[in-house]
Every structure is written in C-alpha cells, then in structure tokens.
Design a protein around this ligand. Structure first.
Ligand code: FAD
Length: 455
C-alpha cells in the first residue's frame, strides 16, 4: 500500500464513494485512498429503501435545489450507463382517508412548487381530467411537480389496490427508486478506473502538523501521509470528527425496513411508493388486545399511532416482494453496530399499512416470514446534511444524510469534492456547511424550524 495520498477518505458508504467519484471524474483528483474496515456500502447504504424525491420543505429552497441537482446527476449517470442501476420515476403517492387533510396536501404542494419542485396540478371531479399516469420502468418520461387527485373514479382507476376510504392522493412526480447497490458500485468502479485505491482498515487517528491535516493513522499500524482527509463515516461521523477535536452536531435514530412476499397480490406491481399520511389506531382481535395491554412493552400498540406507514414493490413485475417501513421510534439513540433488529417491526408495519391497503388484512392471521433490516439515520437537529469543510485545515466531511443519503449522495459528493478541489460552489453550498451553525441568523431560524418531511 502507498504511504502517501493526495486525499484520504474514511468510509466507503455512499457518501465516501460519491466524493471519490466526483474528485476523479469531475475535478481530476485521482491520487485518492478510500479506507473502510467493512466491505463497501455494507453498513447503512445497503439498508436503504432506495427511494428518491425532490419534494422537500423550506426554510429556503436549498434542499429542493440540492436534490434537483442530485437527480439531474443520477439521470445523467443512468443515461451514460444504460440505466444499469434501474432508476425509475414511479413517484411517491401520499394518501389520506381524512377530508380535512386535503388542504394540508394542497399546502405541501404549494410550498414545494414555490421552492422549485415543480407545478402542482389538481384533479377533482369538476375539472377536465388531464392526469398522466406513471410508467413502471425507466426514468425518461418523468413529470415534475405533483398531482393532487380528489376525483374518486380517477383514484380507483389508477390505484385499484388502495382502500375505498381514501379520499385524496398526492402523486409527487420527480420521485421513484433505483438500485442503490448497483449505483454505488458503478461510482466505485469508475473511480477505481481513474486511480482510486480501496483499503480495508480502520482509521484510528488523524495527525495534525501546525494545526493542519498531515497524516491518517490506521488500526493496522500503517500511516498515510496526506494533507486532505474526508470524514464520511456514516453513523461514526462524530467519533471520527472527535479524532480531529471537532464536535459534530449529529444524533442517531434506529430505523427498520421489512420485506415480505405479497403472495396474495395486495399491492399492484406497478405501484409508486405508497405513504399513509393519517394517524391511526391499529385493529386487533379482542384476545390480542388483552395480551398487548398486559405488557408495558406492547401496551403502546393500542394507542394512537403516527402517520407515515409506507410500502413499495421490489423487483420485477413477476416478483412478489414488497418493502414496508413505519418510523415509530424516532428517539435519539447511541449507535450500536451492527444495528439491532426489532422482530416485531414487520408485523406492526404490515398492520399499519392495512388501513391504506386492505388486501394486507389477509396476512394478519398468517404473517408471511419477513426479512428485517435495520440501520441508523445520522441527523442534524434540523435534518439537513453536512458537506464541506470540517473546521480544521485539510479536513472535510460528508454525512448526516439521515433518510435521504442515497438520493442526495451525487449532489453532496460533488459539493464536497468541489470544496476539496477549490472549485466554485453551487448556491446551495452554504446551507450544508458545518459553519452555518456559527451564523446568528441561522441560529434564529433553528429556534423556529418547521417540519422536515422525514419518511
Ligand atoms: C431503514 C433505512 C431506510 C432508508 N431509506 C432511504 C431511502 O429510501 N432513500 C435514501 O436516499 N436514503 C435512505 N436511507 C438513508 C441512507 O441509507 C443513508 O443516508 C446513507 O446510506 C448514509 O451513507 P453514509 O455513506 O453516510 O454512511 P454508511 O453507509 O454507514 O457508510 C459509512 C462507512 O464508514 C465506515 N467507517 C466508519 N468509521 C470508520 C473508521 N474509523 N475507519 C474506517 N471506516 C469507517 C463504515 O464502516 C461504513 O462503511 C435509509 C436509511 C435507513 C437506515
């Protein structure tokens, strides 16, 4: 192994790999070593639902502009590499059974439109129906903006698997999913072709000389001389920040994703990502209630549950797999690696999805064997990422990508690489810098931050 490099990146998740790719391919910085103690993309980046959207709230339009840029880059890559990572544009479909929530949906649509996510179109029973359905595959026919549909016939025609109680849906159009593993490996292989070296080791320290990065220390005892270090350590971002004496303002939430085989065909194979925006009480049999209420660990399942149960089909039209998620526990936790799995999460998600997808009822009495994954959302207080300088000369970071790291990785990788290369930065750059927290105006904004539209 070489004992010096122009840049050393710690972490071969999607963040570190994206920085390596853009350094090599956009800025011709090729003398780069990527260090990870685990196989590439194996800690958090392979736990993702692999979805993307350009629908993000304010304040300001930085999130929407950054995601639009990221999606432009994803589409360019799909075009250049024959869509080898299966980018689709099926959209996200937010659903409600509550007439009172239609104006909330319209409000979200107007906000997203004003921030640059595309036009809001309304389809009710009085207007000429010009709703354009999505394609199940491919990314080329993507509409932007969103369609708010309250015309019941239109909802039943295009989404026949939804409950008849659903009174409105919002179809967000610059949204869908991709194979994150194939996308990440494409970036990694392309960066390797330009000179990137991948090293299996653990970063244990960063040496400074005159206050600037001078070397990276590895668990194997090796030392790599370098003047540029990138912290892309995912859930270990703060630990690696501490190696340089930098206190990074991040916390963690544990999230679960379950998959089952939908043998009864409760969901159309061409469905978009389906999200229930209503709060709800789960339905249980009388004897189940009696059992649940007795245990402190399960009694909460009888209380009102939050919104946000979501699901998407996974695989080809002939496959049966569906992915299910429902973020019920957003408490701050210390990351334990590997992330623990809650065996009950699949059944709870399935029951939470049944209100929106009544066909799932069939699995209540005979739950299909689930496969459950878990990982951490590493987040800042306001759920915006960190990309750029880390406060010590020669040190950079990319992280706190929460539940949007796959979709944002291209733009944030490009942004971090631009900082390193000293290239001009996009207008949204300062919104994701660590030093935004030094700005009193930003501190004032934080005190009154609105929703984050987390999924
Ligand atoms: C359940 C779930 C669903 C999600 N769904 C989506 C989604 O639909 N869309 C989306 O865009 N995002 C989604 N995400 C978020 C996305 O997966 C993450 O934001 C992203 O993977 C984070 O990437 P990362 O590179 O920062 O971290 P990681 O993938 O965790 O990579 C960090 C790497 O750093 C390495 N490392 C750490 N410390 C050291 C050290 N000292 N030395 C060497 N190596 C080190 C680790 O081994 C690891 O490989 C989801 C996440 C979860 C958990």
């Amino acid at each position: 192994m070489r004992d010096s490099a122009g840049v050393v990146i710690c972490g071969a998740g999607i963040g570190g790999i994206a920085v390596a790719y853009f350094l090599a391919n956009r800025f011709d910085v090729t003398d780069v070593i990527l260090v990870d103690e685990r196989p590439p993309l194996s800690l958090t980046s392979d736990k993702s639902t692999e979805c993307y959207r350009n629908w993000w709230p304010g304040p300001g339009n930085a999130m929407v502009c950054m995601m639009n840029r990221s999606l432009d880059l994803l589409e360019e890559l799909a075009e250049s590499y024959h869509n080898c990572f299966h980018l689709n544009c099926r959209g996200y479909l937010y659903t409600t059974s509550d007439l009172g929530r239609i104006c909330d949906l319209e409000g979200f649509g107007r906000e997203a439109e004003s921030l640059g996510a595309g036009k809001l179109r309304i389809h009710d029973q009085w207007k000429k129906n010009d709703y354009q359905p999505h394609s199940a595959n491919g990314y080329k026919k993507a509409l932007h903006g969103a369609d708010l549909i309250t015309d019941q016939a239109l909802i039943r025609k295009h989404f026949p698997y939804l409950s008849e109680q659903i009174v409105a849906v919002m179809h967000v159009r610059r949204a869908g999913w991709l194979s994150a593993q194939q996308y990440g490996m494409l970036l990694l292989e392309e960066a390797k072709k330009r000179g990137l070296k991948l090293v299996r080791d653990q970063v244990t320290g960063v040496r400074l000389a005159d206050g600037c990065v001078s070397a990276v220390l590895l668990a194997s005892g090796k030392v790599i001389q370098t003047e540029v270090f990138v912290n892309a350590a995912g859930p270990l971002l703060a630990e690696v920040g501490a190696m340089l004496g930098v206190d990074l303002p991040v916390h963690h939430e544990l999230h679960h994703k379950s998959s089952i085989e939908d043998t009864a065909g409760a969901v159309g194979r061409d469905a978009p990502l389906l999200i229930d925006i209503d709060r709800q009480f789960l339905t249980w049999q009388e004897e189940e209630r009696e059992w649940l209420v007795r245990e402190p660990d399960t009694a909460w399942l009888l209380e009102e549950m939050p919104s946000g149960a979501h699901l998407r089909p996974e695989g080809s039209a002939s496959a049966r797999t569906v992915l299910m998620l429902w973020d019920l526990h957003n408490e701050k936790v210390s990351p334990e690696l590997p992330a623990p799995v809650d065996d009950f999460s699949a059944e709870v998600s399935l029951r939470g999805l049944t209100k929106m997808l009544p066909g799932m009822q069939t699995y209540h009495s005979r739950m299909p064997k689930p496969y459950i994954d878990s990982g951490y959302y590493t987040k800042t207080e306001e759920n915006r990422p960190l990309a750029g300088k880390m406060g010590v000369p020669g040190a950079y970071l990319i992280g706190a990508m929460s539940g949007f790291g796959i979709m944002a990785s291209a733009a944030l990788g490009e942004l971090t690489a631009a900082h390193i290369a000293g290239a001009p930065l996009p207008d949204y750059g300062p919104a994701f810098s660590l030093d935004r927290y030094q700005d009193p105006a930003y501190q004032a904004l934080l005190a009154d931050w609105g929703g984050t539209w987390q999924l």
